[in-house]
Design a binder for this molecule. Structure first.
Ligand SMILES: [Zn+2]
Length: 133
């Protein structure tokens, strides 16, 4: 079941569609989608397309990026909250993460609206958030 959710998520990314799980019991969204609601633990969830719209509240740099993303480092790694509710740390495009000074300056401009997009990184389709001001 876990694999099934992950497979649907990644298959939909190929088509440029970003899915999250919405709970049929409490209505909360979980992203990335998993087999149970993060809020109430219910397994009565449904995979639905999300708007991709959200807000970035702060960011830092990829101090210890996963090996497969090392060649893209340093990249901005920030706290995103989706319009639908879930919040998580992820890659953000459009923010300067090259030096501690740039990061400090960049954070002064936050929060800013972001929009999700599907990009290719390390041969995989990943969800990335781009500043949409
Ligand atoms: Zn729930």
């Amino acid at each position: 079941m876990v694999q099934k959710v992950a497979k649907r998520f990644y298959d939909s990314l190929v088509a440029g569609t970003i899915l999250a799980a919405q709970c049929n019991d409490c209505g909360n969204w979980t992203f990335p989608p998993v087999t149970a609601c993060r809020e109430c633990g219910s397994r009565n969830i449904e995979m639905k397309e999300i708007s991709g719209e959200g807000t970035v509240y702060f960011y830092s740099t990829s101090i210890l990026p996963p090996k497969k993303f090392a060649e893209y480092s340093p990249y901005a790694y920030g706290l995103i909250e989706l319009k639908e509710g879930p919040a998580f740390m992820t890659m953000v495009e459009g923010l300067d993460a090259s030096t501690p000074e740039k990061i400090a300056e960049g954070n002064k401009r936050l929060p800013l609206p972001v929009k999700a997009e599907v990009i290719e990184r390390a041969g995989m389709n990943v969800v990335c958030f781009r500043i949409s001001e």
